[in-house]
Design a protein. Structure first.
Lengths: 99, 219
């Protein structure tokens, strides 16, 4: 046998956390936090993603090479989102002559 | 039941079975990274249009049934839980448990898709499907509202397509698990199948708040 076997208790705790976070994000969304509503929704989603990836997808026990590949993928996703939004968000900031 | 269990041979390019399995896992992760980039483009499009047409997107988003969305998220998380228990059963050689957990995963995936179909049907009845008959109450911005529902159908539709493919993979795994093909020394297909299933779950983890919750505080 190869590969680390996690206990059912660990998986159950992760699963319950995911359900609680789903209830939390649904409840928090009804409270007016202004711009923080989006931040909270995405923050909880990222925490849920990390729980699924680290525990259910066994990323904790993966080889260094796999972790580097996943990290690289996240880096490129970050470039796609951050650079594109940096353009769209800042377009109205400075007056453009002749526009 | 065929008691003659064949452990696939170690291929010549690998030194150990563990290395062979690591290569399969890595290959699946590389595929999933390409999927992240594929869905990433859609999430980017959503972010840009949501920012440009915040009012219409908020109004359109609030017509979705948040309770159905939340419960369906729970259903999908349950299926990920049964999937990870299936992988665990394969790791420790519990063939019966593996079969049972795979069946549960398939059933929960089916429930998710059924609820999704119900929701889509609602959109048709409410004229919230982009096209000539589209109409969203309470706004003059019919174009941006259609844009929201175009993204809604594209993103939930592609997610559902991945679920359907996942159901096919699970049926394949179930058949081989039933025949006793997987042992603690060889269960790679169950492992990488699980990776795919959890990835599809993660996509929904982001779709749910972005599509259903983003403007709930405005009501």
């Amino acid at each position: 046998m190869h590969g680390h076997v996690d206990s059912i208790k660990t998986y159950t705790l992760v699963f319950l956390s995911l359900l609680i976070l789903t209830a939390a994000t649904t409840a928090v969304a009804t409270i007016d936090l202004g711009a923080l509503n989006v931040v909270m929704a995405l923050f909880i989603a990222v925490v849920k993603m990390l729980l699924v990836a680290l525990f259910f997808m066994h990323l904790r026990h993966s080889t260094i090479l796999t972790k580097v590949v996943v990290g690289g993928g996240m880096l490129w996703l970050g470039i796609l989102l951050v650079f594109s939004l940096a353009d769209f968000v800042t377009r109205g900031w400075l007056p453009v002559p002749g526009k | 039941m065929d008691s003659h269990i064949q452990v696939p041979e170690l291929q010549e390019q690998f030194e150990t079975p563990a290395q062979q399995k690591d290569a399969s896992t890595l290959g699946m992760w590389i595929f999933l990274v390409t999927e992240v980039m594929f869905f990433g483009g859609l999430f980017l499009a959503y972010a840009i249009y949501r920012r440009a047409f915040a009012g219409a997107f908020g109004l359109a988003s609030n017509t979705l049934n948040v309770w159905i969305g939340a419960v369906n998220t729970g259903v999908l998380l349950c299926s990920s839980f049964t999937m990870v228990l299936a992988v665990r059963a394969a790791q420790i050689g519990g063939r019966r448990a593996l079969v049972v957990f795979l069946i549960l995963t398939i059933l929960l995936g089916g429930v998710f898709l059924g609820v999704k179909a119900y929701e889509w049907n609602e959109k048709f009845e409410e004229h919230h499907v982009p096209g000539p008959t589209f109409h969203l109450e309470g706004t003059t911005e019919q174009g941006p509202a259609q844009l929201f529902f175009s993204l809604y159908f594209t993103m939930t539709g592609l997610h559902a397509l991945h679920m359907v493919i996942g159901e096919g993979l699970m049926l394949f795994l179930l058949w081989h698990a039933y025949k006793g093909k997987y042992t603690p020394s060889y269960y790679t297909p169950v492992d990488v199948g699980g990776l795919y299933w959890h990835f599809v779950d993660i996509i929904w983890i982001f779709l749910f708040p972005l599509l259903y919750l983003i403007a709930r505080h405005q009501h």
